[in-house]
Design a protein around this ligand. Structure first.
Ligand SMILES: Cc1cc2nc3c(=O)[nH]c(=O)nc-3n(C[C@H](O)[C@H](O)[C@H](O)COP(=O)(O)OP(=O)(O)OC[C@H]3O[C@@H](n4cnc5c(N)ncnc54)[C@H](O)[C@@H]3O)c2cc1C
Length: 396
């Protein structure tokens, strides 16, 4: 038996012994564990699963052990991921820090920043939010105006960020700020991290059509941030922002593994709600569902290719834009098909004798539209693909 085969067996045994059966079910959005200072669990099983994976370093299986990771090489990481998928294990925690800032810190952070910021991230002790978008800087992110003025050993931050997901529940933010007001717009931006408890930070939740309020607007009023919290060079934040957005686009496709219901559930819903499809309309619906499943399968294969490209340290930016575009649009199509399969049963909002999963569908369907905008809209992804993958000239 090869080392890898042995690792697979050990991993399978460990997961079977340590992942409670209730953690092997699709995860409703409101049961995600986000980590952070105000950590909470909906069940004892959830707490156990979180703590066991944390203690293995498997929140970040491929990060170096010295920064709190599991130290797995790419082959072993792939084995762990496939064994978790096989058992349908829930992700033990969700954390923007791990998905987006962590990889950027590993690449661009100083040793001191890595030692200070990565281990608590790897243990799920800090919940991170992203402070990029502003009221007049979304797709054109480099137009951001939130300013960071140097003052001795600190920056003084003023301005506002918008659409900050879970800003009201997060402990720390990674933010893009303008440190070079006289520089060309891409050359005057820096990446900093800040504690959301700092004096002068105010967070206002914004309501959403889907009934949730994950969006916030964050206001900075003379917020003092130590200079050691600057990541990378002063005015050198733009390449880091681009790297971070690439990680965001890749991470967003992971939502397929946690969004409810999955493509597997699509078949179950078909069997349940259209057991004897015979009319032309019903047969057409079945065909749409099957084509969704086939596209999802093709997407997974592409995703594996992206992972391999990244592990080989080759440029995957174009592939990640493709991945984000295709995946978010596939998810939206999946929910459209699901709604058509379920008909009026999918339209309940609350009460009415609907099961939890059916209720979650309405919210998740609405949320699927948002995912075609978050992390860069589909139109912006098409621009990136035109430029970086197809090599087309800039539109004049
Ligand atoms: C669910 C969700 C979560 C989010 N979370 C966060 C977060 O945590 N932190 C954060 O900083 N931001 C977050 N955002 C904001 C997100 O990054 C922006 O909404 C997104 O980048 C688009 O910017 P905008 O809303 O300003 O739209 P705009 O940039 O004003 O775009 C409006 C429309 O014009 C189109 N458009 C714009 N420019 C072009 C172009 N050059 N070519 C073709 N079409 C174009 C867009 O596609 C869109 O349809 C989130 C958004 C969503 C939906």
């Amino acid at each position: 038996m090869t080392d890898i085969e042995q690792f697979r067996l050990q991993t399978r045994e460990w997961l079977e012994a340590n992942c409670p059966t209730s953690m092997r079910t699709p995860m409703p959005i409101d049961e995600m564990v986000w980590g952070g200072r105000n950590l909470s669990f909906v069940s004892e099983d959830q707490r156990l699963w979180f703590e066991r994976m944390r203690d293995k370093g498997w929140f970040v299986p491929d990060w170096p052990v010295g920064y709190g990771g599991g130290g797995l090489d790419p082959q072993r990481l792939a084995v762990l991921e496939s064994e978790m998928r096989r058992l349908r294990c829930r992700p033990p925690q969700i954390n923007l820090g791990i998905w987006m800032l962590g990889p950027v810190l590993l690449e661009f952070g100083t040793e001191e920043q890595k030692r200070e910021l990565l281990p608590p991230m790897a243990r799920g002790e800090i919940r991170w939010c992203q402070g990029f978008s502003e009221p007049n800087a979304g797709s054109d992110l480099a137009s951001l105006q939130t300013s960071a003025r140097e003052d001795g050993d600190a920056f003084i931050i003023n301005g506002t960020k918008i659409w900050t997901s879970y800003g009201n529940m997060s402990d720390w933010m990674y933010a893009l700020v303008r440190t070079g007001p006289k520089e060309p717009k891409h050359a005057g931006i820096s990446l900093i991290v800040l504690d959301m408890n700092s004096a002068g930070v105010n967070v206002e939740p914004i309501d959403l059509i889907s009934g949730k309020s994950s969006f916030c607007q964050v206001f900075f009023d003379d917020v003092r941030v130590p200079k050691r919290q600057l990541i990378g060079e002063l005015n050198g934040g733009w390449p880091l922002a681009k790297a971070l957005l690439q990680h965001e686009r890749r991470a967003m496709s992971k939502f397929s593994e946690i969004s409810l219901p999955t493509h597997f559930d699509l078949l179950e819903y078909l069997r349940r709600y259209l057991p004897d499809a015979s009319s032309p309309g019903e047969i057409a619906l079945q065909q749409r569902a099957v084509s969704c499943l086939m596209e999802e399968h093709a997407f997974r294969l592409t995703h594996r290719r992206i992972n391999e490209t990244m592990r080989a340290r080759q440029d995957a930016s174009g592939l990640m834009a493709i991945s984000k575009l295709v995946h978010s649009e596939q998810e939206r199509d999946k929910f459209e098909v699901l709604l058509d399969v379920m008909g009026q049963r999918a339209l309940g909002w609350s009460g009415d004798g609907f099961s939890e999963r059916e209720l979650a569908l309405t919210n998740t369907w609405l949320n699927s539209f948002a995912q075609t905008i978050a992390g860069g809209s589909s139109e912006v992804q098409l621009n990136v693909i035109a430029k970086r993958v197809l090599g087309l000239p800039e539109a004049k």
